[in-house]
Ligand binder design. Structure first.
Ligand SMILES: [Zn+2]
Length: 158
């Protein structure tokens, strides 16, 4: 007897999400990857994966996978700040990194919905403040780091 016989989800492999059909998710993933490139380049670019549910009462699970395929956890709603949340889970559980960080308070920040439901990084220190929109993390870096990053980008573009 196999213990797999009781598991309903072992055979369901995650597959890459077709982003051509979901430009909103493509944009959200791009934003997260921009932030990774700026502050944690070894973790990106990430890919969006989906584990479909075979039960209509259980939603599909979306995961953010590292370039080598490793991933952890997932979200049921990848829209808005869902992908950012999924990326954080993977970074935390697989790479053991707190990401991203508010440099002012030296603490990890959280994906959340900001004004107009845009995805933002929210710092809970003190009274709480919005660090930036997801995708704009480079703007929060000190000038020297930001300039080095721009230099690297220019080199990549050739
Ligand atoms: Zn802060």
């Amino acid at each position: 007897m196999s213990h797999f016989s009781h598991g309903r989800d072992f055979a369901v492999e995650p597959h890459p999400v077709d982003l051509t059909a979901r430009p909103d998710l493509a944009a959200a993933l791009d934003a997260v990857n921009r932030d990774l490139a700026a502050t944690l380049p070894e973790a990106g670019p990430m890919r969006l994966m989906c584990t479909p549910s075979d039960d209509e009462d259980i939603p599909d699970q979306f995961h953010a996978a590292l370039p080598d395929g490793r991933r952890h956890g997932g979200v049921t709603d990848p829209a808005a700040f869902g992908i950012a949340e999924a990326a954080q889970e993977t970074v935390q559980a697989v790479l053991w990194q707190v990401w991203p960080v508010c440099l002012e308070h030296r603490t990890g920040v959280h994906a959340d919905a900001g004004a107009n439901d845009r995805a933002v990084w929210w710092c809970r220190a003190g009274e709480g403040h919005q660090l930036c929109e997801v995708g704009e993390l480079a703007q929060t870096l000190p000038g020297r780091q930001r300039r080095a990053l721009r230099r690297k980008e220019r080199e990549r573009e050739g």
